[in-house]
Write a protein that binds this ligand. Structure first.
Ligand SMILES: [Zn+2]
Length: 122
């Protein structure tokens, strides 16, 4: 058996948000890191202009479809991973931005739109 590993990866904001809130349950990735079911992905939000944003989400690999088993639908070297977010986080009720607890929302003010997200939750 392989031992369980944590893979550190980049992810663009447009994909980070749905993984964060638990709606995006798959990843297509270059299969160059020996991903295995049971491993964890630490997905670090990243933009081409600004680099790492500091937000990240840890998800579990629950399924792996290698390119060779996808009837030619995946390019060589690409795999499809089923992922599970064990702790989906909520989004700002006003602007949809991920609520990041202690880091960016210490006082309940949304980092993105500046509104009090605690009020919007009630
Ligand atoms: Zn907001």
């Amino acid at each position: 058996m392989n031992s369980i590993r944590m893979h550190e990866l980049k992810i663009l904001p447009e994909f980070f948000v749905p993984v964060w809130n638990g709606t995006k349950t798959f990843e297509l990735r270059d299969d160059d890191r020996d991903f295995n079911v049971g491993d964890w992905l630490d997905l670090n939000e990243w933009t081409e202009d600004g680099g790492y944003t500091g937000r990240h989400v840890k998800v579990r690999v629950v399924y792996k479809l290698p390119s060779g088993r996808a009837m030619g639908l995946l390019p060589d070297g690409v795999c499809a991973l089923g992922i599970s977010n064990p702790c989906p986080r909520r989004l700002c009720p006003y602007c949809g931005y991920p609520l990041c607890g202690s880091v960016s929302m210490p006082d309940g003010i949304c980092y993105k739109c500046g509104r009090d997200w605690k009020e919007g939750m009630e």
